[in-house]
Design a protein around this ligand. Sequence first.
Ligand SMILES: *Cc1c(COP(=O)(O)O)cnc(C)c1O
Length: 798
Amino acid sequence: MFSNKAEFKAVFLQKLEMTFGTSFGESTKREQFQTLGHMIREYVSSDWIQTNEQYRSTGKKQVYYLSIEFLLGRLLRHNLMNLGIETVVMEGLQELGIDLEDLEEIEADAGLGNGGLGRLAACFLDSLASLNLPGHGCGIRYKHGLFEQKIVDGYQVELPEQWLRHGHVWEVRKSDDSIEIPFWGKVESYQENGKLMFRHLQAETVTAVPYDLPVIGYQTETVNTLRLWSAEPSRFTANTDILRYKKETESISELLYPDDTHDEGKILRLKQQYLLVAASLQSIVSSYKKQKRSLLEFHQFVGIHINDTHPALAVPELMRILMDEEGLGWNEAWYITVNTLSYTNHTTLSEALEKWPMRIFQPLLPRIYMIIEEINERFCQELWEKYPGDWGHIESMAILAHGEVRMAPLAIVGSHSVNGVASLHTEILKEREMNAYYQVFPERFNNKTNGITHRRWLIKSNPKLTNLITDSIGPKWIEDTENLENLLAFRKDQAFLTELGDIKKANKEKLAKIIHEKSGILVDTNSIFDVQVKRLHAYKRQLLNVLHIMYLYNRLKTDPGYSLYPRTFIFGAKASPGYYFAKKVIKLINTVADKVNHDPDVNDRLKVVFLENYRVSLAEDIFPAAEVSQQISTASKEASGTGNMKFMMNGALTVGTLDGANVEITELVGEENIFLFGLRAQEVLNFQKNGGYNSREYYHYDTRIREVTEQLVNGFFPDTEGEFTAIYDSLLNHNDQYFVLRDFASYVQIQEQVSEAYRDRSKWLEKSLVNIAKSGYFSSDRTIQEYANNIWKIKPIK
Ligand SMILES: *Cc1c(COP(=O)(O)O)cnc(C)c1O
């Protein structure tokens, strides 16, 4: 299509004129962006076809990664980079007077996810394609991604997100591959050739229409597919109230649930889950059948992975397809189902475990419910043989109990593999949360520590650091990130360390500009950039961070001898719209920011910034500029975290609890290269078993705690009467469930050590280097290789 700048320019101009009927001189940035997008899609189309052809003809095992979220972000620069045409395109555009960076800004983030879970799915797709592995994604094409956040008077305001307003250049609608999905209605049994069969009658049918996105591997010819389903009205529905039906149908793929921990308990959410599962599985089975293989071998050629329990209906749906549509018996179908499916658990927070009331579930999905009943009955029978007479124990493990369908037990019973996402998390699953199932299926449990794609989170977002690394140790690390360890040879190399510091400084200046543009705040780029960006949640403890800032402020105001190393605290976080406490913490951060930033007594040493609308594209500007990474969850509550890995790979030092993947970061870098504080997971779990700790004691004995907590309610912040009562109460009247006050003193102390360490510049840079050098383990290539070898048993093509 084009192999040099001149050809690129010619094709680009011709395409622009043909598509938009406008001359180049008259064209808008959006038209230029769309033209480039279409060109790239055409550029990959032959590799895309070829890859699919190869999967078909070689008959290798393929994996499908089912996820209710894919937090992709922007794709333009990433695709150009992976295709290896970034330079040609950038220079070609330059000669036309177009800045590639300006075109990038036109692209809306595909924000089809809330946070870590959805971003993990996106990183995994990149690693699968880059490792030439036959693995595809299946998700939902939400019309509106995660809401857009504005901060007004310090409060979060949510606006509907509109990523499809101008279409999505990367997608291809495949209406011929649409699937009919039945809801409601009734199930009838009948006899056929002496066999009991079932059919679903009077259903309200919805059409699931697939949109395919190419997933382009890094400088390989592999192009995998992300298939996103959209719900549309069906021509076959039994429904008569057409307007209501149309509205209800379209609402299924209208909205991403803006909540990543609690269950919304809505029919709509269950419809989304079934639509994703039923459409994906039927399309997978139908493409398998084209290969003319026996269904009895299905699990040898297809793996289906469920990302958390949202797609756990894959268990009964695959059973339904194999039995009702393909005529297999229960035992055959069950063997194939279990051996096809594998499941990742993402949380131990019990309030986040999905459960559906039977009274909603049964009428909406009558056949699926029947199958779950049978799975449950057979599972309980098995338990009865293992624990005869112990009804209490069996009931606690059952899939159906107390009027509810429990999704985690369904996923565990119906999968051959259950994995946690960091070693501590997997241990907690095995020893505590899921111990009962571990006793029954010990061989199913395994750990796969999360990862991030270094292609987006280092090569693309931090080109200066990328160049320094490659200039120092050669390019081998790009293919195998373990080679980053070769950087350790430069630990004492002052020239290298100076350059590392200069790069960080340049990235800080870039971020400082963005901060100034977005919030009007001027920050000192010589101050320490101390960053906490992630979803806002009580267990992640943004509150601990902000109470510490209040303490620093108080100290600066009252202790003239106190010399604080200048620090800029940067926050980014969305709160679920219905999460009252989280929204109050956002208001508190902004209130503290207002006070601190406007007080000339302190604002040369202390600044607080809340960056609104945290999302992938903003994150790409933040991580390269960060020096301190705040990973301060209550120990045992963060399953893994992946933000922690992005910071580390960009040379920030972690201030953290021994939680999630922080444990593995510590093992890799050594305790001298991380700032650990606070209770350990075991201590938190023990406290919880024995009814918590007494937060009031800490209030009484620590004057710093007394002062900052009283300031929440005593008028210290003007015009905020009653505003922070809920926060105050959570700490002092509801016994501080997340141990904020318990860890406060330890946190203050470790932050003092951070300031101290920062004063020795070359020592700090050496620590930063060690973090980068050891971050190779956290490439999602390593994670995906482990899934491929140990769970999916898939091999690369070619
Ligand atoms: C990585 C990432 C997350 C996850 O961050 P954690 O600190 O692991 O919770 C959330 N949102 C975005 C936009 C991300 O890039």
